[in-house]
Design a protein around this ligand. Structure first.
Ligand code: B12
Ligand code: SF4
Length: 496
């Protein structure tokens, strides 16, 4: 009995994150393997030739599970249909936040899908594998439709998956969920859809055991996949401080990065940040999202620009580098809000991060508070909920401004942007480490990049009624790309 677990490449193939591996599938594979069955992971699977992929899969597996997000939903459903056409007996199940929120529609529209797992998959995967192993030759006896786990797994008891052997960086989870309620985010939405507990944490000792295992595998760099590694609550920080101290006591020589809110640390946390840095925390991804307080309120972010500016300075002092989430164009923002947000990011020294994303616009994910509000207001494109739906901006000027720049962004990222951001990460890391690999101070280059990025965006967004939007975007991208080429040379000259 063989199970395939698949993350299909979709429209994210030009996104430099798509080559990374998926943690959820590895947890599920461990569950299957612990029961004595074979689980093959295809992560990612590129199925440009759908028939060929379907032919290979349909003959080899009794059950195929796909992890689905907004970027690969179309490709997944296409492949599922093709597999089922070849072999109707293969049992096909989908999972992930995206399909959890749209399970009923998917099952209605795509008869080839046997089941959709809503929420955590471990319990369901264990149940299905046991049924398959029970020895009946067909998959007819497996449950179909919407499947919900009967119990939330205690995270510390889950089998710990190892990273793919070709990876030198591992991803771990020390918690699942998040206690906040940002309107665009699917994580709080899952509490209602899948009845997930809001925030589940692992015991520090179990995290330490996982790190010990990773060290034995030769891993030196870890990415913490938690939605929120720690919040501003004392309890949450104590847990992380304990993990950090145990990393130090065990003498693990590792570096790690994690995702945080801008208010996860305050002025009083200088010592705490020191311990985190000593234990190996080198980089954080902050959910800044906007430099405009009205927009932050629209997102129910419960932070403001000042928190973000303060956090930036704290991490800088602690020699921890920062990347930030940014959503420049939101459904309710105006052009003036956008300009203020650009100013805010410029103040943080991070305006160039707007060019790291393929899109400038807020996505409306199914299941989120943002989706229900826009739905009620009749502002969402009439399309199946599992496809990404565009919306009417409250400020019609943004409609016209958003598209050209979004169409040009992938090209920019492929040509120079992706490489430049990787270089920036290396350079900042070297700067905050011992600087021995640097022959000159890279900070003036970063300051200039911040300025030029702001110039680009302000020039573009401050003339919203100019009819030549597309040609202006083309001109600006040409200028910015050539600037980035020069910047790249400057960055390279910083290294010894
Ligand atoms: C860490 C993270 C990242 C990291 C690392 C990704 C990686 N390679 O691991 C980085 C920063 C690179 C990243 C990038 C992006 N991410 Co991200 N990311 C996450 C985050 C916070 C955790 C992922 C994770 O490891 N979860 C833990 C595992 C255990 O959970 P899981 O994958 O959901 O799987 C469980 C269940 O869902 C279920 N399940 C899942 N699949 C299947 C399949 C079967 C068959 C079954 C039975 C069950 C099942 O069982 C699993 C085990 O319990 C999630 C939020 C979240 N909580 O999941 C967002 C999330 C997945 N990301 C999201 C987005 C939008 C992105 C980006 C597009 C952001 C951007 N604008 O660039 C990119 C896309 C990158 C890409 N090409 O895939 C969205 C997706 C929204 C959607 N509806 O599709 C999420 C849900 C965030 C959010 N809350 O809105 N991301
Ligand atoms: S703090 Fe982050 S993970 Fe939590 S709800 Fe907001 S965006 Fe989602």
């Amino acid at each position: 009995m063989k199970v395939a677990l698949i993350r299909l490449l979709g429209s994210d193939r030009f996104d430099f994150n798509s080559a990374d591996y998926n943690v959820g599938l590895r947890y599920l594979a461990e569950i299957v393997r612990n029961l004595g069955a074979v689980a093959d992971i295809f992560d990612p699977l590129c199925a440009d030739d759908v028939d060929l992929a379907a032919q290979k899969l349909s003959g080899a597996y009794s059950m195929i599970g796909f992890t689905v997000h907004h970027l690969n939903v179309l490709e997944t459903l296409t492949l599922v249909e093709a597999v089922k056409r070849r072999n109707a007996a293969v049992y096909i199940i989908l999972g992930g936040h995206h399909v959890s929120a749209t399970a009923t529609e998917i099952l209605q529209d795509c008869r080839a899908v046997d089941a959709v797992c809503v929420g955590d998959g471990e319990d369901i995967m264990q149940h299905l594998t046991r049924l398959l192993l029970a020895g009946k030759p067909s998959t007819n006896h497996l449950p179909r439709g919407v499947l919900r786990p009967e119990r939330a797994w205690e995270l510390g008891l889950l089998p710990v998956p190892s990273p793919p052997s070709s990876f030198s960086t591992a991803r771990i989870l020390t918690s699942r969920g998040c206690p906040y309620n940002c309107s665009f985010c699917t994580t709080p939405a899952m509490r209602g859809i899948a009845s997930d507990p809001s925030y589940r944490v692992r015991d520090p000792d179990s995290v330490i055991e996982e790190i010990r295992m990773l060290k034995r595998l030769g891993i030196r760099e870890i990415r913490v996949n938690d939605d929120l590694f720690f919040s501003r609550s004392t309890q949450s920080r104590s847990r992380v401080q304990e993990i950090a101290k145990k990393i130090l006591v065990n003498g693990f020589d590792i570096q790690y990065r994690a995702q945080l809110r801008v208010d996860s640390v305050t002025e009083n946390d200088v010592e705490f940040l020191k311990v985190l840095r000593q234990s190996g925390l080198r980089s954080v991804f902050l959910g800044v999202e906007s430099g405009n307080n009205a927009i932050l309120d629209e997102y129910n972010k419960r932070t403001n620009l000042q928190y973000a500016v303060d956090a930036l300075s704290l991490y800088h002092r602690a020699r921890i580098s920062v990347n930030a989430g940014n959503i420049l164009l939101s459904p309710d923002g105006t052009v003036e809000d956008v300009l203020e947000s650009i100013e805010g990011f410029h103040k943080m020294g991070l305006a160039f991060l707007f060019f790291r994303r393929v899109t400038f616009c807020a996505h409306v994910f199914p299941g989120t508070a943002l989706e229900s509000r826009l739905e009620q207001e009749g502002r969402l494109e009439r399309k199946r909920r599992y496809f990404m739906r565009s919306y009417t901006f409250r400020d019609p000027r943004l409609e016209e401004l958003a598209r050209p720049i979004e169409q040009m962004m992938p090209q920019f990222l492929l040509k120079i942007g992706g490489e430049l951001f990787r270089l920036r990460d290396r350079i900042v890391r070297a700067y905050y480490d011992d600087r021995q690999t640097l022959r000159r101070d890279p900070m003036p280059f970063l300051a200039d990049w911040n300025q030029k990025s702001k110039d680009f965006l302000c020039c573009y967004f401050s003339r919203p009624n100019n009819p030549a939007t597309r040609s202006r975007a083309t001109e600006l991208f040409e200028w910015y790309t050539s600037y980035c080429e020069t910047l790249k040379r400057g960055f390279l000259r910083c290294f010894i």
